[in-house]
Design a protein around this ligand. Structure first.
Ligand code: ZN
Length: 80
């Protein structure tokens, strides 16, 4: 992992707490913003904020919640 500018303990602590509560403490190691994800060449980032459907999960390069994304894929598959 490259060295990114540290977001600060308050922000990092909040993301660790949210990720841990969701059962995935590793998410806190993802970049906290899309800009940083792009700088690092990654595919996911984790803000620690819930999506509009209430999921806590990383987001992709379209700022889509990954759980919503999976749900949409499943809906599409079921519709066939
Ligand atoms: Zn979602």
């Amino acid at each position: 992992m490259t060295h990114r500018e540290f977001e600060g303990w308050r922000s990092y602590g909040r993301r660790v707490a949210v990720a841990t509560k969701a059962g995935n403490p590793d998410w806190a190691r993802l970049p906290q913003a899309k800009r940083i994800m792009i700088d690092e060449g990654g595919k996911l980032f984790f803000t620690g904020k819930v999506c509009k459907r209430g999921h806590v999960s990383p987001r992709n390069e379209h700022c889509d919640c990954t759980q919503c994304h999976l749900m949409r894929l499943a809906e599409r598959r079921d519709a066939v």
